[in-house]
Structure formats: structure tokens, C-alpha cells
Design a protein. Structure first.
Length: 269
């Protein structure tokens, strides 16, 4: 396990990290759930905000659709505060703001609202109950993702080791740049995490080398392997760290958490 450290203390604003990539199926939700669980296991207080209308983070954490009454939708349309929407999970230190299918209409509902890109940032202002907030974004660069990028201090990008991976990410990098210019000058690229790495497939190695060549040490050393236990865990409503703590996927996420926490100390310093 990663080292215990509660040095951030009580009364301090959380570090807010958006987990984003406009491509679906690259491991955003899996990374949000398992990174959050591994961080929570070190004693950090972690909140996941699920802003994908599909609600996979909520399902993967075993939160039944029927219990998702106050959601990130209500937070975004300003009908509820974060604290009203938060629910505990089966993991100590890990809480969740669940999502709702209503989020798919939020973009249209907010179209005439002033500062509509700042809804989530404003909802999180003054929040001190968490050390880390991870925002699980939908597979699109829409207003929901924009709200996450405006609220966050840093973005983590899961990238699947497949052909055209770099092409796909260039659009996201441009969006991050535009968000910096227009709304959130301090937004940092926390890092890129290579996911679903298949060591039997040469393509995985080639893509990884390409991405490292381009983004250098912004790419985490930890690589998440393709691992069947990771894909089974959500149907049991559990993070892979609880489903099978010893599998390669769980170990990779524990390593990723240590690396992220180390990088956090460098970014914040
Ligand atoms: N490392 C992995 N090994 C095997 N399956 C994975 C891995 N990471 C994610 N998956 C599976 O791939 C699918 C897409 O992952 P998900 O995290 O939901 O992506 P996203 O949130 O980017 O759409 C899910 O069924 C998930 O269980
Ligand atoms: Mg997802």
C-alpha cells in the first residue's frame, strides 16, 4: 500500500483533478474509481463527482440508481449544493456525488445561464471536507467537461494504447489551452496515464513509446495493463482493489496512486 499521509490537514481546499478524454471507453471511469480508492486507502478524504449522464462511476461503486436522488445535475443547475448531493460509498474515506441521466439535458438547460462554465467551480468554492476531488467526465468536450476543466486545478488524461491515440489527444490538449486562456489560467496537465496496455501486443509498446516521446515525463511511469479483473469489478459494484486486491490491475492502480501523490507534492510545492 502507499504511505499514510494526512499532511494536507483539515480546513484546506481540496486538490481538484478532472479525469478527461473526449473518447469513450479509454478508462476514465475505471481510473476515477480505482485511483480514488487507492488514495482513500492512504487516509486521504476523497470525493468523486460523476458528471457523465451514463453514471458508470456511480454504478461501479455499487450505488443503486434509485438512491441517486440528489445528483451532480442538481448541483450544476444550482438546485443543490455539493454537500446535499454527497453520499458515502462502501470504501472508507471515499464519497460520491452521483450522476443522473438528466445531465444529458443540462447543456441545453444552461444555455442562457450566465457563467454557465463556472457552475461546478462555484459549487466547490469553499469546500474543505476533502483532500482530493476527482471529476469523472463524459466522453465529449461539452459543457459538462468544460465545467470540470474550469473547476479543476489539473487534468489527468487516460489514454488507451491503440493506433491514433496521439491524434485523439491533440484536440483535448487544444481544449485545455483554450480553457486556460478563457476561464482557468492555472489549469495544469497533471499527467497522461496509459491504460489497457497489452504486453503481448507490439502496438501497445509502439504507442507507449510515441506518447512518451511527445509528452515526456508528463506520462506516468505506471502503466495500467489490460486485465480482466478490472473489467469484471464494476458488475459487482466494487473497485478492483476490493474485488481482487492482488490482481495486476489493482496493483497498477496502487502504484499509480503513489505516483500521483508524489507528483502532487511537486506540483503544489
Ligand atoms: N485496464 C483495463 N483492463 C480491462 N478492461 C478495462 C480496463 N480499463 C477499463 N476497462 C473496461 O473498459 C470499459 C471502458 O472503461 P471505462 O473506464 O468505462 O472508460 P471511459 O470512462 O473512458 O468510457 C469498461 O468496461 C471497463 O471495465
Ligand atoms: Mg466513463
Amino acid at each position: 500500500m502507499v504511505e499514510i499521509d494526512s499532511s494536507r490537514g483539515v480546513g484546506v481546499s481540496p486538490r481538484i483533478i478532472a479525469i478527461a478524454n473526449q473518447k469513450g471507453g479509454v478508462g476514465k471511469t475505471t481510473t476515477a474509481i480505482n485511483l480514488a480508492t487507492a488514495m482513500a486507502a492512504t487516509g486521504r478524504r476523497v470525493l468523486i463527482i460523476d458528471i457523465d449522464p451514463q453514471g458508470n462511476a456511480s454504478t461501479g461503486l455499487g450505488v443503486d440508481r434509485r438512491t441517486r436522488t440528489v445528483t451532480s445535475y442538481h448541483v450544476l443547475i444550482d438546485e443543490a449544493g455539493i454537500d446535499q448531493a454527497v453520499i458515502p460509498t462502501i470504501i472508507p474515506n471515499l464519497s460520491l456525488v452521483p450522476s443522473s441521466i438528466d445531465l444529458s439535458g443540462a447543456e441545453i438547460e444552461l444555455v442562457d445561464t450566465p457563467r454557465r462554465e463556472h457552475r461546478l467551480a462555484e459549487a466547490l468554492a469553499g469546500q474543505t471536507a476533502y483532500d482530493f476531488v476527482l471529476i469523472d467526465c463524459p466522453p465529449s468536450l461539452n459543457l459538462l467537461t468544460l465545467n470540470a476543466l474550469v473547476a479543476a486545478q489539473a487534468v489527468m488524461v487516460p489514454l488507451q494504447c491503440e493506433f491514433f491515440a496521439l491524434e485523439g489527444i491533440s484536440h483535448l490538449v487544444k481544449t485545455i489551452e483554450r480553457v486556460r486562456q478563457a476561464f482557468n489560467p492555472g489549469l495544469q496537465l497533471h499527467g497522461i496515464v496509459l491504460t489497457m496496455f497489452d504486453k503481448r501486443n507490439n502496438l501497445s509498446d509502439m504507442v507507449a513509446a510515441d506518447v512518451r516521446g511527445y509528452f515526456g515525463d508528463k506520462v506516468y511511469k505506471t502503466v495500467i495493463p489490460r486485465n480482466v479483473r478490472i473489467s469484471e469489478a464494476p458488475s459487482h459494484g466494487k473497485p478492483v482493489l476490493l474485488y481482487d486486491m492482488r490482481c495486476a490491475g489493482a496493483e497498477a492502480y496502487i502504484h499509480l496512486a503513489s505516483e500521483v501523490l508524489k507528483r502532487e507534492r511537486e506540483l503544489v510545492a
